[in-house]
Design a binder for this molecule. Structure first.
Ligand code: F6P
Length: 326
């Protein structure tokens, strides 16, 4: 018999489509298992200030299809301090919350890990980030929707790129991870992707141009992952203007539109499965784990592994992109 009678749930860091589906699944699974649920607003910030509301099943009705997060989110600096975390713990004790489910990316799980260790407190994490950069799970909540958004945007840019015979550099999000750029390029039929995982190994721009970009085509599209090491789309375009002035170059930065929109079927299903698994994990006395999905199966990944290990990019995909872009 689990000693957990009341759980708190929060979303933190950058929002991601599918977070609401996860909130719904966690809430309903907890209630199904006889627990009380408290929604904590604005991530760790709400934990410190006590912005908390009890959630019944109807609080999460009609949200599975909505982007963003009904719990709001924030990047909370105070939670990085021992004083802030002490305040957060005081709130949990005051509210009678026995365990936390946190939904977010790397920063959220890092905070969760420190907090769980400091107070010997049960925390289970769900990977919610469009970046897909958490180790131990094949995909993260929000990644598939963001990828589809990128694909739709690139399709539109292609119309104007080919009409003008231009070379477009399109910057996508990913905070130092190339999953969105590489798979976005594959999905949209872009000519190349410039990603941080490869930046230190070779000069991807000159490699791409030497390979014969635009030999058989008049327009080209290159997805660039945002990152200091890639230089971002603006940095790459500046270089092209100087080194290859024959190209008519344009830049588009997709920005935060990548984080919005109704979640895809895959994100909704995955978030729902993971949300139910979070409650199962707590009932099994698991703590300090992130729920992941590997080969369609739910897995528990220790926070230490999910955060610390760099999730490797599938390098075969670079070759697939090269072959299909000739
Ligand atoms: O982690 C998600 C993410 O969208 C990253 O891809 C991006 O670098 C960052 O958040 C942007 O954060 P903010 O919304 O705080 O500007």
């Amino acid at each position: 018999m689990s000693t957990i009678k009341c759980i708190g749930i929060l979303t933190s860091g950058g929002d991601a489509p599918g977070m609401n589906a996860a909130i719904r699944a966690v809430t309903r699974s907890a209630i199904y298992n006889g627990m009380t649920v408290k929604g904590i607003y604005r991530g760790y910030k709400g934990l410190i200030t006590g912005e908390i509301e009890e959630f019944k099943t109807q609080n999460v009705s009609n949200i599975i299809q909505r982007g963003g997060t009904i719990l709001k989110t924030a990047r909370c600096m105070e939670f990085k301090t021992p004083e802030g975390r002490q305040e957060a713990h005081n709130t949990l004790v005051r509210e009678g919350i026995d365990a936390l489910v946190t939904i977010g990316g790397d920063g959220t799980l890092t905070g969760a890990r420190i907090f769980a260790q400091e107070f010997n407190y049960p925390v289970v994490g769900l990977p919610g980030t469009i970046d897909n950069d958490l180790f131990g799970t094949d995909v993260t909540i929000g990644y598939d929707t963001a990828l589809n958004t990128i694909m739709e945007c690139v399709d539109k840019i292609r119309d104007t790129a080919s009409s003008h015979d231009r070379l477009f550099f399109i910057e996508v999000m990913g905070r130092d991870a190339g999953f969105l750029a590489l798979n976005g390029a594959l999905a949209s039929g872009a000519e190349a992707a410039i990603i941080p995982e490869i930046s230190l190994e070779k000069d991807q721009l000159s490699d791409m141009i030497e390979f014969g970009l635009r030999k058989s085509k008049n327009s080209s599209i290159v997805l660039v992952a945002e990152s200091e090491v890639t230089g971002g789309a603006i940095g790459v375009a500046e270089r092209v203007k100087k080194e290859y002035p024959e190209f008519d170059v344009r830049v588009t930065i997709l920005g935060h539109l990548q984080r919005g929109g109704s979640p895809s079927a895959q994100d909704r299903i995955m978030a729902t499965r993971m949300g139910v698994a979070a409650i199962d994990a707590l009932l099994e006395d698991q703590r300090n784990v992130m729920i992941g999905i590997q080969n369609e199966q739910i897995v528990y990944v220790p926070f230490s592994k999910a955060i610390k290990n760099d999730k490797p990019i599938n390098r075969d995909l670079l070759n697939t992109l090269r072959i299909t872009s000739i």
